[in-house]
Design a protein around this ligand. Structure first.
Ligand SMILES: CC(C)(COP(=O)(O)OP(=O)(O)OC[C@H]1O[C@@H](n2cnc3c(N)ncnc32)[C@H](O)[C@@H]1OP(=O)(O)O)[C@@H](O)C(=O)NCCC(=O)NCCS
Length: 162
């Protein structure tokens, strides 16, 4: 899959994205919300696993590339079950707060509804991930469906219907 937005290119994850992943997942800011990975062998294994996973799932894992410097700055995961998608994202913290996550998610959401004909997209994050909640609720129009307390954390679950 290939998508283009004014500032970004979105394409399938490739093994050669490993150094970009290392930069993303070794950041202490990202580690506040996702497991920190700062070892290239671990990163290579994770990428292999992702690529394998999406040989069996109709969704995909996508790298987000900044057109101006051709750099992989983010990753979007789209898992599909029937006609429901589940989206997750992570971006390089050097590029946060420039609208890149919102811009790429809008393109993926449009692709989900218009090309893949999904009827619903779900997303979740910890309740204190205020940036993610702002993106989902205020910028992308997701609705908060429920909250769930597990692993000593409260998670917020969101849905977007066409
Ligand atoms: C969530 C994440 C992907 C956002 O990426 P991004 O490219 O910075 O997102 P955008 O620039 O499109 O939007 C960020 C918005 O959040 C806002 N924001 C940032 N920090 C915030 C905070 N602490 N509280 C409230 N809003 C915040 C920004 O101001 C911006 O909103 P605005 O455009 O209205 O000003 C990035 O922070 C990230 O990778 N976080 C770690 C991984 C993660 O949390 N993934 C999601 C849950 S699994």
């Amino acid at each position: 899959m290939n998508l283009t937005t004014p500032r970004l290119l979105i394409r399938n994850l490739e093994q050669s994205d490993n150094l970009a992943w290392l930069e993303i997942f070794s950041s202490k800011n990202v580690a506040k919300f996702l497991t920190k990975v700062d070892n290239i062998d671990e990163i290579n294994k994770l990428i292999d696993k992702k690529i394998e996973k999406y040989k069996k799932n109709p969704g995909g894992n996508y790298s987000v590339i900044l057109k101006e410097n051709n750099k992989v700055i983010g990753n979007i995961d789209l898992k599909i079950n029937g006609n429901v998608g589940e989206i997750g994202y992570v971006f390089n913290d050097k590029y946060w707060c420039k609208g890149y996550c919102t811009e790429s998610c809008r393109a993926i959401i449009d692709y989900c509804f218009s090309e893949l004909k999904l009827c619903k997209i779900c997303a979740d994050c910890v309740k204190t991930n205020f940036a993610s909640i702002h993106i989902l609720k205020d910028k992308l129009g997701f609705k908060l469906i429920r909250e769930e307390h597990k692993y000593n954390t409260t998670f917020a679950f969101f849905e977007l219907t066409k």
